[in-house]
Write a protein that binds this ligand. Structure first.
Ligand code: ZN
Length: 196
């Protein structure tokens, strides 16, 4: 599904007439993957393998929540542009800005949702390190090419630390119209284990 960026329509909230939100939400209906990564230590290896094969994919639950909220706010964007490093989840070409919605477990956020499996610990640590290195490389390539990068972490949208999609959308829009080169939601400093 491709949306062409058309900028902010007229601010947040005006497009929330009863029924419209639900209809637009339905427009985004797809097979969403909710990653319950904070439970990964407690599942068997077969289940973990199934879950891990689903992470890193596009159209995850948190991504769909954010996309729905941004769409309600009047933003339009291109999805999953494979022509850009890391295939950013949302691309705002006019603002020269991209957004990644990162799963906390797979991208090793360091928050309460990114625990390390008790078994094959070294294997997973090296895997997470490689993922973080790849993410950093993609961010560097994007900024070198004149793009700004926003990383919206799963824990901002799912679980005990979550805020509503509309609240996150406000932060996203504020960032889109700022000069910030790279930013995280939540701010990375507040993303210590157990604090977000
Ligand atoms: Zn997180």
């Amino acid at each position: 599904m491709i949306f062409i960026e058309a900028g902010v329509k007229s601010g947040i909230g005006r497009d929330n007439a009863p029924g419209r939100g639900a209809r637009k939400q339905a427009d985004f209906a797809t097979s969403c993957v909710a990653i319950e990564s904070d439970r990964m230590d407690h599942v068997d290896s077969k289940t973990r393998s199934r879950i891990m094969s689903s992470v890193g994919q596009k159209n995850t639950g948190p991504e769909m929540t954010l996309r729905s909220a941004l769409h309600r706010a009047g933003l339009r964007y291109v999805l999953h542009d494979r022509g850009l490093p890391g295939s950013p989840d949302l691309v705002f070409a006019r603002r020269r800005a991209v957004i990644f919605v990162h799963g906390c477990y797979w991208h090793a956020h360091g928050c309460h949702r990114s625990t390390i499996p008790l078994t094959r610990r070294e294997f997973w640590l090296s895997k997470f390190t490689a993922n973080k290195r790849r993410d950093a490389e993609n961010d560097a390539k994007l900024t070198a090419a004149g793009w700004r990068v926003l990383r919206v972490w799963e824990c901002a949208l799912v679980g005990k630390s979550a805020r509503s999609g509309d609240q996150i959308a406000k932060d996203v829009i504020r960032w889109l119209y700022s000069d910030s080169l790279i930013q995280d939601i939540p701010e990375i400093d507040s993303a210590e284990p157990g604090s977000c």
